[in-house]
Design a protein around this ligand. Structure first.
Ligand code: ATP
Ligand code: MN
Ligand code: MN
Length: 408
């Protein structure tokens, strides 16, 4: 930073992966505004606009102090005209008129509610809105058939829209790790995603599983899932097998940002017993959850639930002030061979913008291609090996940024 006519100017490198972004955001008012517009763009399938707002927000998140005047923004990267207009509005008027009108718009509210259902993306929500469906009640009354994921998502709507705490993540970690080790001794499990970046809450819990001997991890996921299912921990799961070797991706040309690891998207049933010492903190928000509507909605095709869950729902209905004995939590499991572990760890730690910026840096600045599986160097026409995240940053010519500083 340099001082110029009493105005503090910031110096910020243009890629988020060159910056240290902690959770101590000094510009939350501004970044909340930009993030809402990013979210709205993403929900409206305007990915480019979404990324532009995300990049602008990330630049402000990396600043060491609150921005108080537009002159401080001179020379900062990633701030387009639209983002600057929004920032100016907030600085001068305390709020952005565009953000406020977006928040009030029926379309945004409907998109939020409908995509709040696990298994419902922006395209599905948009289709439903065009059919006049704006909330869960209208969805329940409609003739729309829901797929298995969406049925589970609707069934557990309130729980899945409550943030997951770190303590809950740790409790689930113990359960999953015990299952992993019991079906494959020596296997290792790592907490990834937002919790690895130090977040205190998340929308889900993400774990990466591997085994120190290459190949031993093959077929692990179905066994872990069977075990957890037999123990009654899974309310829903969808396992996708590893498709990396059979994929048509050329060297350094992944066909999409989606990776090809064996993975499992699940809804975990976390009971009070396992949640242990967390009961008191949760009492308030659990009674909160009862004021919502999803459990009043009639869903068709309730073939999924275990008998005890039906009991739980019945009990909930008859005693609205009573407490449910468990909560549903979204859990993502990924299995990687040890040879790809460092890439998987880096790719699944996030943040999403940090990951996007790493790939952009690799491609635009280094003629390399980074995925959650590998790093390909186009100049040398070869893959670069790595056994740690540090090595990958080094291959990319970047200073190592620890997980807690990847909160772009
Ligand atoms: P939250 O606390 O809201 O869960 P998060 O950072 O953990 O935040 P996730 O959506 O759980 O967000 O994603 C975690 C990481 O996994 C991100 O870095 C994302 O890039 C990566 N990821 C998520 N889904 C996929 C996918 N289908 N393919 C590849 N990577 C993914
Ligand atoms: Mn997550
Ligand atoms: Mn996830």
């Amino acid at each position: 930073q340099t001082c110029e006519a009493e105005v503090l100017l910031f110096s910020v490198p243009s890629y988020a992966c060159q910056r240290r972004t902690t959770l101590q955001n000094q510009n939350a008012v501004l970044t909340d505004a930009l993030s809402l517009l990013a979210e709205n763009a993403e929900l409206s399938d305007e990915e480019g606009r979404g990324v532009a707002f995300r990049r602008a927000a990330a630049v402000l998140k990396s600043l060491p102090e609150p921005v108080t005047s537009m002159t401080q923004l001179r020379g900062l990267p990633g701030l387009g005209d639209h983002s600057l207009r929004v920032i100016k509005d907030v600085l001068e008027n305390g709020a952005s008129s565009e953000v406020e009108s977006t928040k009030r718009s029926e379309r945004y509210k409907a998109l939020k509610v409908l995509t709040g259902i696990f298994g419902v993306g922006s395209k599905t929500a948009d289709r439903w809105i065009r059919d006049g469906i704006h909330d869960l009640r209208q969805l329940g009354d409609s003739a729309h058939t829901l797929n298995r994921a969406q049925q589970a998502g609707l069934e557990h709507y309130d729980d899945l829209n409550q943030p997951v705490t770190k303590a809950e993540a740790d409790a689930i970690g113990e359960i999953v790790e015990a299952a992993v080790v019991s079906v494959l001794p020596g296997a290792r499990m790592t907490l990834i995603g937002g919790f690895r970046r130090g977040k205190q809450t998340g929308h889900d819990v993400d774990f990466l599983i591997t085994h120190p001997e290459e190949g031993r991890e093959v077929g692990l996921m179905p066994k872990v899932v069977s075990r957890l299912e037999a123990q009654g921990f899974l309310l829903y799961q969808k396992t996708t097998r590893n498709s990396y070797l059979e994929s048509k991706d050329g060297p350094g040309r992944p066909s999409s940002n989606m990776d090809r690891f064996e993975r499992c998207f699940s809804i975990f049933k976390l009971t009070e017993e396992e949640r242990g010492g967390m009961k008191r903190a949760d009492t308030e928000r659990e009674s909160d959850a009862h004021s919502h509507t999803s459990h009043q909605i009639h869903t068709r095709g309730r073939g999924l639930e275990a008998a005890d869950e039906d009991e739980g729902v019945a009990e909930e209905r008859s005693k609205p002030a009573g407490r449910k004995r468990w909560r549903a939590v979204r859990v993502d499991l990924v299995v990687s061979p040890i040879s790809q572990f460092a890439f998987a760890l880096l790719g699944w730690t996030g943040s999403k913008l940090f990951e996007r910026e790493l790939r952009r840096w690799a491609g635009h600045e280094k003629s390399m291609s980074l995925s959650s599986h590998a790093l390909y160097d186009s100049k040398q026409s070869r893959y670069l090996r790595a056994t740690s995240e540090e090595e990958i940053f080094s291959h990319l010519g970047l200073e190592f940024i620890p997980p807690s500083e990847r909160n772009a």
